[in-house]
Design a binder for this molecule. Structure first.
Ligand SMILES: [Zn+2]
Length: 234
């Protein structure tokens, strides 16, 4: 076993120290305003997105370590943080009624990203969110309704515009879940919100299949102006 340091701050001998874990447990805030690709350009309000943490400082280190540096030992911690955020967001979720099950749908990773990581990381967050929400919203369940088309490119290294163009055609609803998705309220889950291109493509695909996407939950988001120092509690 290799010794482990805190993925956020480097503290010795712990995967995630209490101070860094606390950064991910802050009350979620509405972060869609800082994501230009969620602007539908037609006067409709953008999809509501909640995040407990700004993607800066230790939080950014944690997320990058988890996604791209093989720190899958963080999955449990990040799933817990997502569950906590989901519980706090639950009262604000509109469009849900007891007669329809809320589906919690992970944003799909590209096939290459999944091979690289060896695990569907975002799927794990979605499962944790669904479990947390099921306490208050019975029938809530995770649903891997979306997939990337084969041949879709990994997003790494693409600019914002290319990402949007790449994604619009690449994220589709799985044939096997079409019947489930039609008419169902959906909460999307992703790891990070930056431009919003991924969530916009997810929303488009689900809406086309008849789902009602009521919002999205992410672990961390690009902070709005004035919160750039986030992660330090200021
Ligand atoms: Zn730390």
């Amino acid at each position: 076993m290799l010794p482990v340091d805190c993925a956020g701050c480097g503290a010795f001998d712990v995967a995630l120290c209490p101070a860094c874990a606390a950064l991910l447990r802050a009350p979620p805030w509405r972060c869609e305003g800082a994501a230009p690709r969620l602007d539908t350009m037609d006067g409709r309000a953008p999809l509501p997105v909640w995040a407990p943490a700004p993607c800066v400082g230790p939080v950014r280190e944690i997320v990058v370590s988890w996604k791209d540096r093989g720190r899958v030992d963080l999955s449990r911690h990040l799933a817990d943080a997502t569950a906590g955020a989901a519980r706090q967001v639950a009262p604000a979720l509109g469009g849900w009624s007891p007669s329809t099950s809320l589906l919690v749908v992970p944003a799909p990773s590209s096939v290459t990203a999944r091979w690289r990581r060896g695990e569907d990381l975002v799927g794990r967050l979605a499962a944790a969110a669904a479990q947390a929400l099921a306490d208050g919203l019975p029938g809530t369940r995770p649903c891997r309704a979306l997939r990337r088309r084969w041949g879709g490119h990994d997003q790494v290294g693409l600019g914002a515009r290319s990402r949007g163009a790449n994604l619009a055609d690449q994220i589709v609803v799985r044939r096997s879940t079409r019947a489930q998705v039609g008419g169902s309220p959906v909460l999307l889950v992703d790891d990070v919100l930056t431009t919003g291109a991924t969530l916009a493509a997810c929303e488009r695909a689900l809406t086309a299949a008849g789902a009602v996407v009521i919002g999205a939950l992410v672990l961390a988001a690009t902070p709005p102006p004035g919160r750039r120092s986030g992660g330090t509690g200021t």
